[in-house]
Design a protein around this ligand. Structure first.
Ligand SMILES: C[S@@+](CC[C@H](N)C(=O)[O-])C[C@H]1O[C@@H](n2cnc3c(N)ncnc32)[C@H](O)[C@@H]1O
Length: 236
């Protein structure tokens, strides 16, 4: 993990996402003027500016168990009382939220388990917006199937929606994140890989760089077979 975090230090975000896809998702719901928002698994905080741009009077509970990410969020918002960042577990939020925003982190809790646990932490008109890696329905190559075998719970998009339903939600909208959202994660990661390769990395770091490169190369060749399904849902 040390080599992984060495590569990922200072990247702008830790998974696919961008302004356009965030705006699309937020446009599906009607948040109050001053919503309370949980950014669950916020990473380095890439989605916080968009949340605040959408609702400038929001308060954001930004949580990530990786301390260095939270240090970055705290530093970025040290003069902004709207953002509280902590290493608290996103599985056990405090009180209720108008929105639980979770970009690419729900798999850590398990889709059904995480969504079930959050249901009682939403206000009456609250909503959850999350993205989950899943098969698009295109024929799946051996390369993609073998690579993602590491994510044992990965299912197709119908399975993601069925789990959302089973956890007690009604899906308002869903779509796959566009390629631009992946590029906003992979382009800076590729630049970092190139930079670290040029500096003669040791064996551990080389192995970690190879793994990251394999993920990017797989997406370039087979990215149509899988994607992050972005789901907007409300408690039923
Ligand atoms: C794939 S990253 C996505 C980060 C961020 N949402 C983004 O898009 O840049 C998932 C994040 O979830 C965090 N995480 C995992 N389990 C967590 C938990 N139980 N509570 C809070 N954060 C968690 C990880 O540390 C990681 O930063």
């Amino acid at each position: 993990m040390e080599a992984f975090f060495h590569i990922h230090t200072d990247l702008p975000r830790e998974g696919p996402g961008d302004d356009e896809s965030q705006a699309w998702a937020l446009a599906q719901i009607d948040l109050p003027e001053s919503p309370r928002i949980l950014d669950a698994g916020c990473g380095p905080g890439a989605d916080i500016p968009g949340l605040l741009a959408h609702r400038p009077k929001a308060t954001i509970d930004a949580r990530d168990t990786h301390g260095p990410f939270i240090d970055r969020v705290k530093a970025a918002y040290k003069d902004d009382p709207r953002v509280m960042a902590s290493t608290d577990d996103m599985a056990t939020p405090d009180g209720t939220y108008d929105l639980i925003w979770c970009a690419g982190a729900l798999y850590f809790l398990g889709l059904y388990t995480g969504l079930s646990g959050w249901r009682d932490h939403l206000t009456d008109n609250g909503a959850v917006i999350f993205s989950e890696l899943s098969w698009t329905g295109a024929p799946v190559s051996d390369q993609a199937r073998n690579f993602w075998a590491a994510y044992e719970a990965m299912q197709d998009w119908q399975g993601v929606l069925a789990d959302t339903d089973r956890a007690g939600y009604r899906v308002l909208a869903h779509r796959y994140l566009p390629r631009a959202a992946w590029a906003s994660y992979y382009d800076p990661l590729q630049a970092r890989i190139n930079q670290l390769r040029a500096a003669e990395p040791d064996a551990d770091l080389t192995q970690a760089l190879d793994a990251e490169q394999a993920e990017i190369d797989l997406w370039r060749a087979h990215g149509g077979e899988y994607g992050y399904l972005q789901v907007v849902a409300v408690p039923e």
